[in-house]
Design a protein around this ligand. Structure first.
Ligand code: KG4
Ligand code: ZN
Length: 333
């Protein structure tokens, strides 16, 4: 079965063709990072306009690279939420137009479920159940993956997403956008024990996250140094901040896996490409006899392969949408 996946929820216009949910025939991503860099973050209206300009070419390229035609495609899968409404609407409209014109089924996909699915693409023998940490620019969730289509949220952020905190601190340090990869690289040269930033636990029994406190702590720390005219080493701050965030992500996720008796933890979302997170989670989980897996970085950040993969399992469950499908910016898991 060939699924054409379409993704446009934030600042990547992406299309992909995936065979039987796991074999990638093409993975085309047109990233808008350069466009938004000068604003220090994604500007929703600018993102929507660029999606409109590029989506047709991105879809054509996905088919060409996969060496297939529209007729060969069995269904069209599209992200319909959560995300930026104007951005989502471009992908949803394109997918609806194709489904209507080609008379093919349309499969609606939840963006976060898509992120989780990237793990199936790269780990061919992976089967539910397992626990997955989804950490990106917009979300931080601990999800129990019960089946290919059933998910239970075990913890979520009560304020900022992990990636959002990375982006904010990178901006404060004057590193640029997006901040995650820049902090990741700079932290390698720093001392993570230089400053002990807070590791927040909401309640004893809660696996929820809160990253606004650590973000404010870093900002206050830097302000104080600047007011006193003191010099600081950016790499030490980056490493200490990253250490605080990854400590919490690891602790809560491993606790979730232990609660579920799961021997596998999967990572997903843009922050899953963080080298310190991967290394720490692997090391700490191993002590509990838990294996940690993650997709390669290109499938961690937004892409359409993950959407086509989720679409495959949605298709098998007869989860189809009709022409009334709309973008849902704050779609629940
Ligand atoms: O999954 P994604 O592409 O988009 C959303 O769905 O939000 O994630 C983007 C986020 C950004 O906040 C970016 O800074 C973060 O993922 N990110 C990273 C790394 N690579 C991307 N954060 C930490 N370390 C990285 N290596
Ligand atoms: Zn995403």
């Amino acid at each position: 079965m060939l699924i054409l996946g379409i993704e446009s929820s934030c600042d990547e216009t992406a299309a992909a063709v995936v065979k039987d949910g796991r074999e990638v025939l093409s993975n085309i991503i047109n990233t808008q990072i350069e466009l938004h860099k000068k604003f220090g973050g994604v500007v929703p209206e600018v993102a929507s306009r660029r999606h409109i300009e590029t989506i047709d070419a991105v879809i054509d390229e996905a088919l060409e690279t996969a060496n297939v035609t529209f007729e060969d495609i069995d269904a069209i899968a599209v992200t319909y939420g959560p995300g930026l409404v104007g951005a989502l609407l471009v992908g949803v409209s394109a997918a609806k137009a194709l489904a209507f014109a080609l008379d093919k089924p349309l499969v609606p996909v939840h963006h976060i479920k898509g992120h989780i699915m990237a793990n199936f693409v790269e780990h061919k023998t992976l089967k539910p159940p397992f626990v997955c940490l989804v950490a990106s620019g917009g979300h931080s969730h601990i999800v129990s993956v019960e089946s290919y289509t059933d998910f239970e949220i075990m913890g979520r952020t009560r304020d900022d997403a992990a990636g959002e905190a990375f982006d904010k601190i990178a901006r404060v340090l004057g590193l640029g956008y997006p901040g995650g990869p820049l902090i990741d690289a700079l932290a390698k040269e720093g001392n993570s024990e230089k400053v002990k930033f807070p590791r927040v636990r909401m309640d004893k029994d809660s696996l929820d996250f809160s990253f606004s406190g650590v973000k404010t702590a870093v900002i206050n720390y830097l302000h104080k140094l600047e007011q006193n005219g003191e010099e600081y080493n950016k790499a030490d701050i980056a490493a200490s901040f990253q250490d605080a965030v990854t400590d919490v992500l690891c602790e809560h996720t491993i606790e979730a896996a232990k609660n579920k008796n799961s021997k596998i933890i999967a990572l997903a979302g843009g922050v899953a490409s963080n080298s310190a997170l991967r290394e720490k989670m692997t090391r700490e989980a191993k002590k509990e006899g838990i294996e940690v897996i993650y997709p390669s970085p290109v499938l961690c950040t937004d892409n359409a392969v993950m959407i086509a993969c989720a679409g495959y399992y949605g298709y098998k469950e007869n989860n189809f949408a009709d022409m009334t499908l709309n973008a849902v910016p704050s779609l629940n898991l």
